[in-house]
Ligand binder design. Sequence first.
Ligand SMILES: *Cc1c(COP(=O)(O)O)cnc(C)c1O
Length: 437
Amino acid sequence: MTIPPDLLRILKIVADHNRWRRFECINLIASENVMSPLAEAAYLCDMMHRYAEGKPGKRFYQGTKYVDEAEIVAMKLMGELMKATFVELRPISGTIANATVFRVLASPGDRAIIAPVQAGAHVSHTKFGTLGALGIEHIEMPYDPENLNVDVDRAIKLIESIKPKFVVLGGSVYLFPHPLKEIADAAHSVDAKVVYDAAHVLGLIVGKRWRNPLEHGADVVTSSTHKTFPGPQGGAIFTNDEALYKEISRTVFPKFVSNHHLHRLPALAVTALEMKYFGEAYADQVVRNARRLAEALHSYGFNVLGEHLGFTRSHQVLLDVRNLGGGAKVAELLEQANIIVNKNLLPHDPPDAIKNPSGIRIGVQEMTRFGMKESDMEVIAEFFKKVLIDRVDPSKVREEVKEFRKQFLEVRYTFDVDLDELVSRSIPIPFIIDLRM
Ligand SMILES: *Cc1c(COP(=O)(O)O)cnc(C)c1O
């Protein structure tokens, strides 16, 4: 049989995508990362075809003995990293983790207080997303534009007067930690629970470059497992409160998940081990790189947010690009040069500016994982300058970007495992994939 054209087409799409995004671009999307080849090998396993509803040892399916073990190992490792007694890995995404916890903590008609959208709250925290879908009322904390953060004093007063069921901190667009301790004290004084959404900063937390929310007042941490934490796409929930955990486990299944995408589990365990051994070095480099990139962009005249606060303490850098045509245009121009960023609302933007917001959000975690250091951030800043200030043809810069990227094709901060040794121990790992083939 001749190969059907659509088969060739879809396979070519995959190959083209892999080549472009994995080997020819500088990827600066703040919510993405890559697994190591070892974690990818663990991911590409037969578990991806199986079902395992329920908890390890108490499944509604047969044939899960190895899946159960994988889930138990992954839970143990993730719990150790987060210093959490109880871990729930079945949410298949950060949004599902939030849905689960919000459902447990409140009923339709109840009220929740969330971080201000200007301080980076995720859409799932809002009336436009999961919180709204659950019928929980969203009330935003006041924003302090000077500190690009929650206005602590006014937020405390709000919490004391509203007495919400829970308060949410953590976000998707933030340079500096939210004031967790102060907010948690206020929340607890009115019997409200504190949810910290660590989706963006989980890798920084386990790498000890961001405060662990469980040690600073959060009752429960929700997260995704694929942003600064470089694991498979998925969700996680951490807590030290046993009663809350039991309720969470009863809610995630059957309310929000049936099967939980089982091949995530061994890949997550591999990534957790990488973070256990290399996470501090990685997180440290991420934070240094972000700061250096911000400084270098600033020195070229870009309008980098947070200068008076040292630019950033996370993996993110935020640019106000209104004077360069706005976020949409700038992100498009950079993409033509193989530099991938996303346009983003900045604190002063009205919500309806979503189509052309004034900012772009940059994250350095993935390029750090591929081995970039501070001096490489200076090279990236120079590419920005060429495209956006000198107005060099982006297709010319693209060739330089591809050439530069060639030095950074291997994932670092992982184990150097000898495949022959694994085979000699009867652990054949069939596909360590080389996407370049
Ligand atoms: C990305 C993100 C999420 C959603 O995670 P998904 O895995 O994409 O569903 C939730 N909360 C925050 C703060 C995020 O940044």
